[in-house]
Structures are given as structure tokens and as C-alpha cells.
Design a protein around this ligand. Sequence first.
Ligand code: C2E
Ligand code: CA
Ligand code: CA
Ligand code: CA
Length: 275
Amino acid sequence: VKDRGGSAISALTSDDHERLSRKAHIEKRLIYALDRKDLQLLYQPQVNLENGKVERVEALVRWTDSEIGVITPDELIPIAEENGLINEIGSFVVETVCRQLKDWKSKGIDLQISINSSIHEFRDKDMAKMLLEQLKINDCQASSLMIEITEKFALEAEAERSIMTQMKSLHQEGISFALDDFGTGYASFRYMLMLPISSIKIDQMIIQSITKQEKIQKLINGMIQFGKSLDFQVTAEGVETNEQFELLRAMGCDSLQGYIIGHPMNATELEKWLG
Ligand code: C2E
Ligand code: CA
Ligand code: CA
Ligand code: CA
């Protein structure tokens, strides 16, 4: 962005300029990267505490651009949500994951993959169609897919209705949904009741403070019991220490995810890790 003086632009600080031009650069390079499908997915294992097995992995997007370098999801996703490229990232993720499911199936590896999706992606009517198409092309069962949804903003009534319709039809096909970042998002309770959600994922910010205060332990325990009493599967994310692991197990958490179990890995690394 050039400062032409006199315009509103001149009110921006040089920090603003830097941020804007980085954003513009990211947008430009993202279009190019998506065109060439030049993003990667890593898979992070989740342990089912009932049987000690890894039955599900979460797909997490990674992008290293040759000009910009590493762009973390925390920077990438909000930009993509703003400019609408999130739907193309979503398509890339779905395609890659379905192909991965097919590949693992041929190798006798039976895993469910969960993908991340902003609830806004379901505003696009093509999302559900594309998902079911990709599953079909790759001969995958819908039950092999879970979708973790997050919500940072309030939805208008109309958007809410169309999102609900799409999610319900996917749920009927056998896809399961989890409410991500539980304890931090917007209107979580409302979505728990309204949408076809079977799991909640307690956010890592909450999990990582578990050992600090008795009050926080009680809060997390309350969240777990609350979720279970409504028949949700409860997963804790960001579990880093043995102490956290043991506390969450004792509280009856259904599954755990975090560095103490395994870092996000590419498909080959994960296959080795599984042994
Ligand atoms: P999230 O869904 O809450 O994912 C968990 C994040 O915590 C991931 O960060 C993961 O790498 C990291 N993590 C996992 N275990 C640990 C741990 O033990 N300790 C700590 N400190 N961190 C841990 P990541 O991969 O950077 O992703 C950040 C966020 O970006 C995700 O948060 C998710 O909301 C979003 N995201 C990632 N991939 C996608 C995607 O394909 N589509 C969409 N829409 N969002 C995505
Ligand atoms: Ca997630
Ligand atoms: Ca989270
Ligand atoms: Ca998140």
C-alpha cells in the first residue's frame, strides 16, 4: 500500500502498512499455492482412553511459501476466512483427507480423520455436496470423517438455518461433528443443543492451566461431567504433561490429544509412529 498523502491511508501507521502489505502478499501467494495444491496436512493422533488405542487423527494444515516462509494456521485461517479463500482451503483439505483415507484403507490402517472447519464454510451450499462427492470418488465411508467446527462470531438467523440443514444432511450420511475449542467459542451451549454434534473438544488454553489452580481443575471436571451427562464424547486437546494426562483420565475424559501423545506428523511419519 502506497501512501499518497491526504487520503485516509495517510492516517495509517507504518506498522499498519507492514501488516497490510504482508496480508496482501499472503493473499496473492495463497491463490497461487491453492492453484498448485501446494499446502500440506499433518495428522495428530488422539488416544481413546477406554481402550488405549489411536482411532482418530486430526488433520492440521501447513503452508510454507517460497517467498514468505512459514505461515501458521493462526495467521492463515483468519485471512482466508476474511477473503473467502477458506472454502478453497476446505476443498483442498477434504480432497487430501479422502485420498489419505483411501490410501490407509489399502494399507489396512483403520483411522477416522477429523478436519477443522469454520461453521461459516457450511454457508456455502456446495460444501456438503463436495464432501459427499469426495468420499464417493475415494470409496470412503462417511463414518471415517469427523468435522470439528469452531465459531467465533454470532450467526444471523438465516445463515444459522442453512448451516443447520447442511450439517443435518451430512450427519444423516454418517459424518460426525465435534464442537471445537469448547469453553472459548461463541454460543457453544446453543450449538450443542441445536446442531448434530456428538463430541466436544475442550480447548488447550483451559487444559494447560489444569494443574495450576484447584478452581480450574473443578471447572474442567465440571465441563467433562456436563458434556458426558448430555451424551457427548469429551476430548481434551493440548495435553502436554503426564500430570495433565492423569488428571484428565481420572476425570473421565473419553479421549486425549496433545504433545504428550504425539505431535502432528505427516502421513508417512504417522504410519511409522503407529508401528
Ligand atoms: P485447533 O483446532 O484448536 O488445533 C489445535 C492446535 O494446537 C494445533 O495448532 C496443534 O498443532 C496444536 N497442538 C496440538 N497439541 C498441542 C500441545 O500439546 N501443545 C500445544 N501448545 N499445542 C498443541 P495449529 O496446527 O497451529 O492450528 C491452529 C488452529 O488453526 C487450529 O486450532 C484450527 O482452529 C486452525 N486450523 C488448522 N488447520 C485447519 C484447517 O485445515 N482448516 C481450518 N478451517 N482451520 C484449521
Ligand atoms: Ca481442531
Ligand atoms: Ca483449540
Ligand atoms: Ca481453533
